[in-house]
Design a binder for this molecule. Structure first.
Ligand SMILES: Cc1ncc(COP(=O)(O)O)c(C=O)c1O
Length: 393
């Protein structure tokens, strides 16, 4: 047998479906096709000036070195301030880890908590990376699907708990649905996790990008013992700084944070020095940029909803946050991958099939693009669907 075979781990990991659509869309664009991309997961918004200035100033010192593996004291202090401002919780440096995005935060968390076969529960629709990351860490993904609508209920989630359940992941507001889980649900979840001694990983990456005066329930409000609670966040969505790769986790559980730090130290040593400086400046700088981003996304969402309302037979849930709308297109084709492919080819509009998020029949449209592109994109989708239904009638 050849020793050049790849590991079973490598063979078990699929391509990211969102990246696949992006690659196809890029290829069409390269051919000069007038593609409209409603598949992206990053705001076109420029990075805050304070972050850019901080990178330039730091680069000019020519002192770009390794930094402390779990994050610089300056960035940890900025994250502590963020946590106190938005969660009303005082945390110290040893309760914070800074990683290369919320993605690495989650991966570190899974690597230090899961033994082979341990189960991690999360609701559908879910962020595409959860199942693959859990599998990579040796765990077993357990998806809970809502019987109705886009949000699971507490009894549905409770029914999925087994003696092997190690953690629950909740992403609210949710990618792809844009829905915020209500306070009663979050309260019940926090209590359930405490009662059953299960980690609760809150993926709060979108929690500042919410509309209509909505509020994200604060899990700390419902805790009696927060040893099992981990809250992740980052600068990617908040400041449109996806390329800097900075995220963080906060937990009262110091041994968990310390283990995540050791995991990181042995894999990547530390984060990029310049990125940490930029994230610190963004967090400590003028926060009007966040409001501006939220306002822009609100305008885009309204434009998207107005156009979608003209398409018959689709089911639209108004996004309460994030920059995604997840709509039911099953009337036109229950196979979301085939429908997304059709729209890419016939309408030159890129969207992400619901199957990637564990919900067939839906499509995710992002409203990060410009308002004009969003309007034209949905108009093209409407036209292509009309042709489809005419052909099939
Ligand atoms: C739900 C969710 N969690 C985490 C991430 C990862 O964010 P980061 O860029 O901080 O790694 C994303 C990015 O798309 C996301 O949608």
């Amino acid at each position: 047998m050849s020793n050049l075979t790849l590991s079973t781990r490598a063979q078990s990991i699929g391509d990211s479906p969102t990246l696949k659509i992006n690659a196809l869309a890029r290829a069409l664009k390269k051919e000069g096709k007038p593609l409209i991309h409603l598949g992206v997961g990053e705001p076109a918004f420029p990075a805050p000036q304070a972050a850019v200035d901080a990178i330039i100033a730091k680069a000019q010192t020519r002192n770009i070195k390794y930094v402390p593996s779990s994050g610089t004291p300056e960035l940890k202090a900025a994250v502590a301030r963020y946590t106190e401002t938005y969660y009303g919780r005082k945390v110290s440096a040893d309760q914070i880890i800074i990683s290369a995005g919320a993605k690495q935060v989650l991966y570190n968390f899974l690597l230090v908590t899961l033994n082979a076969g341990d189960e991690v529960i999360f609701p559908a629709p879910y962020w595409v990376s959860y199942p693959e990351m859990i599998k990579l860490a040796g765990g077993k993904p357990v998806v809970v699907r809502p019987a109705h609508g886009l949000q699971i209920t507490l009894p549905e989630l409770t029914a999925a708990i087994t003696p092997r359940t190690k953690a629950i992941i909740l992403n609210s507001p949710n990618n792809p649905s844009g829905q915020i889980f209500e306070a009663d649900f979050v309260k019940g979840l926090v209590e359930l996790a405490e009662q059953k001694n299960i980690f609760l990983f809150m993926d709060d990456i979108y929690n500042q990008l919410i509309f209509d005066g909505n509020k994200c329930p604060n899990p700390y409000d419902f805790c009696t013992d927060s040893q099992n609670l981990v809250i992740a966040n980052g600068v990617s969505k908040l400041y449109g700084m996806t390329g800097l790769r900075i995220g963080w986790a906060v937990s009262e559980n110091r041994s968990l944070i310390s283990a995540m730090g050791r995991m990181q130290a042995q894999s990547t040593s530390c984060n990029c020095d310049l990125s940490e400086v930029a994230a610190t400046a963004a967090l400590l700088g003028d926060q009007r940029c966040v409001k501006d981003l939220r306002d822009l996304l609100y305008t885009n969402r309204e434009a998207l909803l107005a156009e979608l309302s003209k398409i018959p037979h689709i089911g639209v849930h108004k996004p309460q946050g994030t920059f995604y709308c997840f709509a039911d297109f099953s009337y036109y084709n229950a196979d979301s991958q085939a429908l997304a492919q059709y729209l890419l080819e016939k309408a030159l509009v890129a969207v992400v099939p619901g199957s990637a998020f564990g919900m067939e029949g839906y499509l995710r449209m992002s409203f990060c693009a410009s308002k004009d592109q969003i309007v034209e994109g949905v108009q093209r989708i409407a036209k292509a669907l009309k042709n489809l239904s005419v052909k099939e009638d």
